[in-house]
Design a binder for this molecule. Structure first.
Ligand SMILES: [Zn+2]
Length: 329
């Protein structure tokens, strides 16, 4: 079997700070022998655990890239014991295009795992992470937000796992991240996800949804910067005390959390992010965009809880996720 074509321009396991690239050969019209250059920083000091920190899994989500770019220029070897691998833009072509999926192959990184060494560009990146970077790590933090089409209350989350010992380690790391909300999530469509690959390799895994709309805010970036440092301290890699504030525990137990549109049209929000709803409450209406004199279609919460996610653009299509309601624990 041919190996993965990606080569790092820096050593991945040497003391000090190394900024460089994962170089993926990609021959194309504007660069015959060109490459995709994926930024990476590795910071190491002696013997200790290894954390893999990733952002830009989707290219239009920014808290991860902001916090990880900042960490890469500020974390010093003497601040840590062990190793920190920082990949601020996993799906680098998507990140540069500001899109969820790659403009090269339309690859959704979080549906491309475990990847393939001789697949598409996105699959090659996934395979490299799967076979080279992930096995090095004991703890993995992957940043997400809603991208251009969703907006979230800020939470870190862990999944319901068969291995309860591993799940407890993930929940403890989520609590250490200490976003304003902490979520335990039953994943309904986990095939091809990075999350699943990380968990299948037995790692402690934290993922987040910190905002959305295709941008980031001062507040959401501050949550990301504090969270990543807290996770490194929790893992015993970074020195110092955790910075802990109150966090509300949430649960997304099943499919009833989701409200999907069956109509095309214009959204009228009736509930906002963080609002409490009772089962049957209207969360949003969809107005026909093309005429007056017609009533809107009401979309109702299928369970009681709080609104944790909403469709971000003002217009919706049938099949779009309109809202997500999670349960307070
Ligand atoms: Zn995402």
């Amino acid at each position: 079997m041919p190996g993965n074509p990606i080569t790092p321009t820096i050593p991945l396991n040497e003391d000090g700070v190394h900024h460089g690239f994962l170089r993926l050969p990609y021959s194309r019209d504007d660069s015959a022998w060109g490459s995709v250059m994926i930024p990476i920083t590795v910071i190491k000091n002696g013997i200790g655990p290894c954390a893999l920190l990733t952002g830009g899994n989707h290219g239009d989500e920014y808290e991860g890239p902001v916090a990880l770019m900042e960490l890469a220029v500020s974390l010093k070897p003497e601040d840590i014991e062990g190793r920190v691998i920082i990949l601020p833009a996993m799906n680098y072509p998507a990140f540069r295009a500001g899109t969820r999926t790659s403009p090269i192959d339309r690859g959704n990184m979080n549906r491309s795992f475990p990847g393939s060494p001789n697949g598409t560009v996105t699959e090659k990146i996934a395979d490299y992470i799967q076979t080279v970077l992930l096995p090095e790590a004991s703890i993995v933090l992957d940043f997400h937000s809603g991208g251009k089409t969703l907006d979230f209350i800020p939470f870190a989350s862990a999944h319901v796992l068969e291995n309860k010992e591993q799940q407890a380690a993930c929940v403890a790391a989520v609590e250490a991240f200490n976003a304003p909300y902490s979520m335990i999530m039953l994943e309904i469509d986990n095939v091809g996800m990075y999350d699943t690959s990380v968990e299948d390799q037995g790692k402690t895994f934290v993922t987040t949804e910190l905002g959305g709309g295709g941008t980031s805010t001062a507040r959401s970036n501050a949550i990301a910067k504090k969270g990543v440092r807290n996770v490194l301290k929790h893992a015993g890699i970074m020195k110092g005390e955790l910075e802990i504030a109150p966090s509300i525990m949430l649960d997304m137990p099943d499919d009833d959390c989701f409200v999907f549109s069956q109509d095309d049209g214009m959204i009228e929000a009736v509930k906002d992010l963080g609002d409490e709803v009772e089962k049957g409450d209207i969360v949003a209406r969809v107005w026909p965009a093309d005429r007056t004199g017609r009533m809107p279609v009401d979309y109702r919460a299928r369970r009681s809880g709080i609104v944790v996610s909403r469709h971000f653009p003002g217009q919706v299509k049938a099949g779009d996720c309109m809202a997500v309601v999670a349960v307070k624990v």
